[in-house]
Ligand binder design. Structure first.
Ligand SMILES: Cc1cc2nc3c(=O)[nH]c(=O)nc-3n(C[C@H](O)[C@H](O)[C@H](O)COP(=O)(O)OP(=O)(O)OC[C@H]3O[C@@H](n4cnc5c(N)ncnc54)[C@H](O)[C@@H]3O)c2cc1C
Length: 412
């Protein structure tokens, strides 16, 4: 390492792109290198399963910045260039093209890749995954009206793809191995509402479904289940979660768990190296367990925060976590911590939606989850976020009563 070495960001996705832009916004005018393995400028991924599939959004509309802007800001963006090795002693990276780059500060924002379904031969060309823009384009090509799509996995990616595919006129069968949709992250009431919604829209949802085999020649033609049923198909989308890209950090000897472990400042076990976004494993509270957040909000906040700390701010990272998902003409949003997933209070919304509150023993709001038509729950969720930060004891009857505005509770 020399003092002329750049600040380097590995992973030119959402968190990495946001970090690079923040470094310039904050006045850092030294050399700045953003190294990515995709061919594109940094972009946000939520539209990949929604607008991009449905034809209402294209890459330029959800890019964080274009190549021209990166150049204008003096951000050296290497594309199609996976970083292959990290030497934290020499503070040096080895790139796929055989070159080496020194760094004086490093951010790892390597995100994750779609988890592969065990037992699927790599040669099946109609078994698709969804993490990147290019994977989304391949999926979009296969969603022709009347095409029969089997979606494996009833989490957010699977559910959003199912909704987009129905909007495009495909026949959709969705296979979920568990007893509920999105059971890992959503309370049962909202999982049930989603199940009804997808069935109303004509998705053949099968819960507790166990795949026996994929049958076909050069591509899958039938998915057979352990219960004996056989589902003919033209394509399969596997949405069974993502695998964090920790390999580089692990091989370099950095502390890793389910992600790259960081302290309260998003610093890894090496003081010169930070991590942010989906790949980052952090404690939300001082005493809390290590966790990763696979959300837009987290990538945005941690990318920005890591940049500030790379510049020496020494700020502990704090955030109220949250995410959203859009399916058909409904939206669901969650903010804060939903504990064991059993809501303390339910509020039936006039719109037909549902708002669930998660309280602690002192009746202070810890988290909220809502589901409803259009963007109707956004305002309530924003107010819930303020109630979480306010940490006030709340009246349970008022929370349950949709006639009581949450704003009033905040004022009280
Ligand atoms: C289809 C889809 C829909 C989503 N919808 C929502 C939503 O509705 N709401 C929500 O809250 N969140 C949503 N998310 C989640 C959100 O997009 C992610 O949490 C966010 O993109 C994470 O950003 P990141 O920068 O950590 O990772 P990424 O954006 O994945 O960026 C990581 C980048 O690093 C690159 N990389 C990895 N290893 C290397 C290496 N060795 N060298 C160089 N580059 C490397 C990767 O290829 C990638 O380009 C969605 C995600 C997907 C995939």
């Amino acid at each position: 390492m020399s003092t002329a070495d750049p600040l380097v960001i590995v992973g030119a996705g959402h968190a990495g792109g946001r970090a690079a832009l923040t470094l310039r916004e904050q006045g850092y005018d030294g050399r700045l290198l953003l190294i990515g393995d995709e061919p594109h400028a940094p972009y946000e991924r939520p539209a990949l399963s929604k607008g991009l599939l449905q034809g209402s959004a294209e890459l330029a509309g959800f890019s964080l910045c274009g190549a021209q802007q990166l150049r204008a800001l003096g951000i050296e963006h290497l594309t199609g260039q996976p970083v292959q090795a990290l030497d934290t002693t020499a503070r040096r990276l080895a790139l796929a093209d055989g070159t080496h780059v020194g760094y004086r500060g490093l951010l790892l924002a390597t995100g994750g890749r779609a988890r592969r379904l065990p037992g699927v031969a790599p040669g099946w060309r109609n078994v698709l995954y969804l993490r990147t823009h290019d994977e989304a384009l391949a999926l979009r090509d296969s969603l022709r009206p009347g095409a029969r799509l089997v979606v494996v996995g009833g989490g957010f990616i699977g559910l959003e793809v199912a909704a987009s595919a129905r909007a495009l006129g495909c026949e959709v069968t969705l296979l979920e191995a568990g007893p509920r949709l999105a059971g890992r992250v959503l309370p049962a009431d909202i999982g049930d509402a989603l199940l009804a919604l997808h069935r109303e829209h004509g998705v053949d949802v099968r819960l507790n479904a166990r795949i026996e085999a994929f049958e076909g020649g050069s591509q899958v033609e039938v998915v057979s289940l352990v219960d004996g049923s056989r589902i003919p198909c033209d394509g399969v989308l596997v949405g069974i979660g993502m695998q964090p890209n920790i390999d580089l950090a692990q091989a370099a000897g950095l502390a890793v768990g389910q992600g790259i472990r960081v302290d309260a400042f998003l610093r890894t076990s090496d003081r010169q190296v930070y991590a942010a976004g989906d790949v980052c494993e952090f404690r939300l509270h001082l005493q809390g367990a290590f966790q990763r957040q696979e959300t837009w909000r987290n990538a945005e906040a941690q990318g920005r925060h890591a940049a500030l700390n790379l510049l020496g701010a020494e700020l502990p990272f704090e955030q109220v976590p949250g995410f959203w998902s859009d399916q058909y003409d409904t939206s669901l949003q969650r903010v804060g911590d939903a504990g064991d997933g059993s809501p303390s209070v339910r509020r039936a919304l006039a719109s037909g939606g549902l708002l669930l509150f998660f309280l602690d023993a002192g009746r202070r709001l810890q988290g909220a989850c809502a589901w409803g038509p259009g963007n109707s729950v956004a305002k309530d969720i924003k107010l819930c976020e303020r109630l979480i930060s306010a940490a006030l004891p709340l009246p349970v009857e008022a929370l349950a009563d949709a006639r009581v505005s949450l704003k009033t509770l905040l004022r009280n």
